[in-house]
Design a protein around this ligand. Structure first.
Ligand code: AMP
Ligand code: MG
Length: 414
């Protein structure tokens, strides 16, 4: 099916509308949950902290005793350590020495820090303004309240989340099973590493770039299916094999108009795949849909990316990454765009979104974007030298040096 040009935004929403997330879950130790997708809300089984406790090393007392006009004098009656509480009650006019994290004893709501206090035998005194009632006390449940969600389903767990789970005493957690992604390259001109580069041939680089981008998504299991040659039989066998093993199939090459290969025919034969022309550069042709192995009934979503090495990366970041998040059961996470100033004039044709590769340089408080040489969609060096992709919106025309632009930084894409 050949459709007219659509914008990048239309293509994104067309893809998102068709996706259905995986459902399987697994239980893992929290260390193994790093970068995985949380499968269910985690309710806090306890209050954190479990008791009111001191935020500082100092002296705990009842704040009502503070003398706003002169020195406050208190009798020192004991000590509370972290993990070893003071068992008695502290009466008005008394205080105890208290360490950070120690439980606030009965009768105390305030901690004056030790630096602001003079100790004389079993008496302490401090000046007005040294402390206000209620200072330096951490309240029971102020970090996490018992019974309330501490983490929400769909979250990709980060280092802080592992710590948070540990702080709740939770050793294991339910995460989504990994999303299985099969990928292969198509094209008779492709040679694998270790093979002789015959005349007119190129090494298959897309599989390595895809491997790298997919590996960074640690909720994905990869199935590398190598190079598949342009024959209907081998393509069909590869597609069926991929549909049996994977939730998602990513191919590169063979989707442009007028291709002499059979990718399109095979994709259409096995399922419902749309061949899109997207108003973008690079990455104009792309296929998206799903296929089913007729022998087994196993289905998979399919992304047919263009063959050009830069276009593969651009379409991956523009469309596939977000789709994989959704399929894996993860909440969408917006990648923060960096605002930068163009170092030089840039040509841009209105009516398509352009993704140009830039190096970012900090100059004081501004970030300056330099184009990384020739921007041809086959020139992988421009990608390798860049720190991110400058996204020039559909309607924009030529841009002057100094204009503000938005850059999708590679760091942060996981
Ligand atoms: P295609 O989309 O199949 O028309 O390919 C467009 C261009 O990308 C051609 O110059 C191909 O040789 C090149 N190309 C396709 N697949 C790969 C690949 N896996 N690795 C490197 N270059 C490729
Ligand atoms: Mg090809």
């Amino acid at each position: 099916m050949e459709t007219d040009f659509q914008t990048v935004e239309q293509a994104k929403s067309n893809i998102q509308a068709l996706l259905k997330g995986i459902v399987g879950t697994r239980t893992v130790a929290i260390r193994d949950a790093l970068d995985q997708v949380l499968a269910a809300d985690v309710l806090s089984p306890i209050h954190v902290p479990a008791h009111d406790n001191s935020a500082m090393d100092g002296y705990a007392f009842n704040g009502a005793a503070i003398n706003p006009a002169g020195m406050t004098q208190l009798a020192l009656v004991g000590t509370a350590y972290a993990g070893r509480k003071y068992e008695g009650t502290v009466k008005s006019g008394e205080c105890i020495r208290i360490m950070t994290g120690a439980v606030m004893p009965e009768g105390c709501d305030t901690v004056v820090v030790q630096e602001n206090v003079t100790v004389q035998g079993d008496q302490i005194h401090f000046a007005p303004g040294a402390v206000k009632a209620g200072d330096n006390r951490r309240l029971k449940g102020e970090d996490l309240t018992q019974g309330k969600p501490a983490l929400r389903a769909g979250r990709i767990l980060r280092p802080a989340d592992l710590g948070l789970l540990a702080s709740l005493g939770i050793p294991e957690i339910q995460v989504m099973r990994k999303l299985r992604v099969a990928f292969f390259s198509t094209g008779d001109e492709l040679r694998s590493l270790g093979q002789v580069l015959d005349e007119g041939c190129v090494y298959d680089s897309n599989r390595y770039t895809l491997y790298g981008m997919l590996t960074r998504l640690r909720f994905v299991d990869l199935i590398d299916m190598g190079v598949v040659h342009d024959s209907p039989e081998s393509l069909e066998a590869a597609m069926n094999n991929a549909a049996d093993q994977a939730d998602v199939i990513i191919t590169s090459g063979g989707v442009s108009v007028g291709e002499a290969d059979f990718t399109k025919d095979v994709m259409q034969k096995l399922g419902s795949v749309n061949f899109w022309k997207i108003a973008m550069r690079p990455g104009r042709p792309m296929a998206f849909g799903h296929i089913t192995n007729p022998n087994t009934g196993n289905a998979a979503f399919l992304f047919g990316l263009p063959g050009n090495p830069v276009a593969v990366m651009v379409t991956f970041y523009a469309f596939v990454r977000d789709a994989l998040f959704k399929l894996a059961g993860a909440n969408p996470t917006a990648v923060p765009l960096v605002k930068a100033q163009l170092a030089s004039n840039v040509r841009k044709r209105p009516g398509r979104t352009e993704f140009q590769r830039v190096r970012l340089e900090r100059q004081g408080s501004t970030t300056v974007a330099h184009l990384t040489g020739a921007q041809g969609s086959g020139i992988l060096r421009s990608m390798s030298e860049s720190d991110g992709i400058m996204v020039l919106a559909h309607d924009l025309g030529d841009l002057q040096a100094g204009s503000e632009v938005e850059v999708l930084p590679f760091e942060g894409l996981i």
